[in-house]
Design a binder for this molecule. Structure first.
Ligand code: ARG
Length: 266
């Protein structure tokens, strides 16, 4: 009897051992299933969407449209990334990456400005630009050097234009540098006479003039530092930055980049 029980016990032990190895053991099967079903991490792209044609929203719709979303979508497809976009104030963008509230900045951000590159890692340049002075059609101003100390100029807070109007105020060149959260507010203050000019990135001012050429104009030549727009990632995220740079190079090589420039800037 004893012998039979021993044989049965041994047989059961062998069956159990075989079953365990076949399903790869406790921890191995969970890794395999998680590997097999691993979700692709969705990367958060942060921007400030009153900067058409780079990024903007249409009345009543939170969807962000523009060159930047289209460009990043093409890069994401090329590199197998998944993106979601979050709209916030421009001067919150770098803090968002520093506090792990975002993975990528794509916002027509000049990678050469101030100490930005000490706080985040910028990628390759995807667009170049300069600043211009936007005034009302009836303005007698001839350019940025013609503004007088009784005037007010507006631009967006945290931007190169915003820094410039504040600098001009500090130097007594203008009565006030008005920095606002949204470009649309800057244009409104120009049109209602609260400011005599808006310092804005040339391609963005051109887009505004496309629809408001009857009430506004550029005056003078471009000024300030030549700007190089780039996306940015959290400091040290080299792997992601290399993917974004590779994707940008690929869409430039395959014609997609030029197609998007034609779509948004022609
Ligand atoms: N190019 C300027 C800068 O880097 C303005 C950028 C504003 N971008 C935006 N999405 N609001 O400061």
């Amino acid at each position: 009897m004893k012998k039979k029980s021993l044989v049965l016990l041994l047989a059961l032990a062998m069956i159990f051992t075989f079953a365990l190895s076949a399903c790869g053991g406790g921890s191995g099967s969970s890794e395999e299933s998680s590997d097999a079903g691993e979700e692709t991490a969705v990367l958060k792209v942060v921007t400030e969407a009153t900067f058409a044609p780079f990024e903007s929203t249409e009345d009543g719709d939170d969807t962000i449209i523009g060159f930047d979303p289209d460009m990043m979508a093409a890069i994401a497809e090329d590199q197998g990334l998944e993106l979601e976009w979050v709209n916030m104030e421009f001067d919150s963008l770098i803090p968002a990456l520093q506090s792990d509230q975002g993975d990528i900045i794509c916002a027509g951000m000049n990678k050469l400005a101030g100490d930005r590159a000490e706080k985040v890692d910028f990628g390759d340049t995807y667009f170049e630009s300069d600043l211009m002075l936007l005034v009302t059609s009836d303005s007698d101003l001839t350019g940025i050097d013609a503004v007088t100390s009784d005037m007010k100029l507006a631009s967006q807070i945290g931007t190169t234009g915003g820094d410039m109007v504040q600098e001009m105020q500090d130097e007594g060149k203008i009565a006030a540098g008005v920095v606002l959260n949204q470009w649309t507010d800057c244009y409104l203050q120009l049109q209602n006479g609260e400011v005599q000019g808006v310092i804005v990135d040339k391609p963005v001012g051109e887009a505004y003039l496309n629809n408001h050429g009857d009430i506004a104009k550029f005056v003078g030549e471009s000024f300030g530092d030549h700007e190089e727009f780039a996306f940015a990632v959290q400091k040290g995220n080299t792997e992601l930055l290399e993917k974004l740079n590779a994707g940008l190079a690929n869409i430039k090589a395959n014609g997609k980049y030029d197609e998007l420039v034609d779509k948004w800037f022609s």
